[in-house]
Design a protein. Structure first.
Length: 342
């Protein structure tokens, strides 16, 4: 039987194309399935952690009341069980992150001398708290008011923006996932309004579990940092002191010396790989840039934060050199301005 070589080639090409199409479709289906599972696990982790943080926070509030010895014993057992459950959720989070999502960054804040936060600043802060969890609002409001701070608590992003427009705040604690309007979108609206005034109110994300992706979304939306929902009073007060600038502190001087000083601190923190101090310096420098209406500089600092978070050490070093040039160009000719990269 005679075989037409042209027809064979056409058939082979058609089969190859069909096979390639099936392969692409299969890969897309796998990617879609992985994305669906990733979102599902992320949502479940968030809900479970938020609930457990509420339980632990409520137990902490109960511990501050007058209890009988028997009640104290029961409370201790309940707290032990709650801590055990949180440990299980942490291990589940590590497993799902490593297999589906990416690396978990761990706790965003650390303990320290936070108990002296109020006495060091001598101020009573006005805090805007946005969270759709009634329990979370109750716990954080109690912790803040107990230490003399005023709190305005709202349930979603719309109310957060409305409250911000209505009155000034020293700092905003913003839940990331809320109904009606998310904390990310609320932050973008607040930053857009601030762009016309030169103001910059610190906004910290309230998060149940910080994945690298979530942290990047928070920073890109305009947030300055993040606070774990199970933060205790020490961590909470420590962050208030870290992010809120006292009146008259670190002004943008005409010779640029404040920006130069903070930039030098940022470089030193990078050289020491001190993540906590690096984040603090980045926030301060970004705030100074915003106040000076140096939008390009503020954007560069954000990109440096993201690169530092990803572990791109060499890239961060190069970006700091570029940032040095950007700041110098903006401040060129101003008396006494010098940047230290040592």
């Amino acid at each position: 039987m005679d075989i037409d070589p042209i027809k064979v080639l056409l058939v082979d090409d058609d089969e190859d194309e069909a096979s390639a199409t099936r392969t692409v479709a299969s890969n897309e289906a796998v990617a879609l399935d992985r994305n669906i599972r990733s979102n599902f696990y992320a949502s479940m982790r968030h809900e479970m952690r938020t609930t457990m943080h509420g339980v632990i926070g409520s137990l902490d509030l109960l511990d501050e009341t007058e209890l009988t010895e028997k009640q104290k014993e029961y409370l201790k057992l309940a707290r032990h069980s709650a801590d055990a459950m949180m440990g299980m959720l942490d291990r589940l989070s590590e497993y799902t992150s490593s297999n589906l999502i990416g690396t978990d960054t761990g706790r965003a804040v650390s303990g320290g001398q936070g108990k002296g936060a109020k006495s060091e600043t001598g101020r009573q802060f006005k805090v805007l708290l946005a969270d759709d969890s009634k329990v979370t609002r109750k716990v954080f409001t109690h912790l803040l008011e107990k230490h003399g701070h005023k709190v305005v608590a709202v349930i979603d992003g719309n109310e957060a923006v409305a409250s911000y427009v209505k009155e000034p705040f020293d700092i905003v604690l913003m839940d990331v996932q809320m109904p009606q309007m998310s904390g990310l979108n609320a932050t973008k609206l607040i930053r857009a309004k601030e762009a016309t005034t030169g103001a910059h109110t610190p906004i910290l994300a309230l998060t149940a579990a910080e994945t690298r992706e979530e942290i990047e979304r928070c920073l890109q939306s305009g947030m300055d940092g993040y606070l774990h929902k199970n933060a205790d009073a020490v961590e909470l007060l420590e962050n208030l002191a870290r992010y809120i600038t006292a009146p008259g502190a670190s002004p943008v001087l005409s010779d640029g010396s404040a920006m130069a000083t903070v930039f030098s601190e940022l470089v030193a923190a990078f050289n020491l790989r001190n993540e906590e101090h690096f984040e603090s310096c980045a926030f301060r420098l970004k705030k100074l840039a915003a106040e000076a209406k140096l939008t390009k500089v503020a954007d560069e600092i954000l990109r440096i934060q993201l690169a530092f978070r990803s572990g791109a050490v060499e890239k961060v070093g190069n970006m700091l050199e570029m940032l040095k040039k950007s700041i110098a160009e903006k401040k060129e000719g101003e008396r006494g301005f010098e940047l230290n990269m040592r």
